[in-house]
Write a protein that binds this ligand. Structure first.
Ligand code: SF4
Length: 70
């Protein structure tokens, strides 16, 4: 099955620590209040390790990787 890997943030959990944007700057920027803006793009294989680390290190457990079929 073909698919893509996307990074999602649960805005009800996110507390705006911002460390995810440091770990995955290619994919996450911060808005003016310090909350993450996640690119609507697949996570390329080369960034998957960093994306997993951002998920694991989020202190609010607000990030997740989802595999989506197309
Ligand atoms: S590390 Fe987690 S809590 Fe902090 S801004 Fe990113 S998603 Fe939100």
């Amino acid at each position: 099955m073909n698919g893509t890997t996307r990074l999602r943030v649960d805005p009800t959990r996110c507390t705006g620590h911002g460390c995810c944007a440091e770990l995955l700057a290619e994919h996450i920027s911060l808005d003016e209040w310090g909350y993450p803006v996640i690119a609507e793009a697949d996570i390329p294989a080369v960034l998957l390790r960093d994306a997993k680390r951002a998920v694991a290190d989020c202190p609010a457990l607000a990030l997740r990787l989802s595999r989506e079929a197309y």
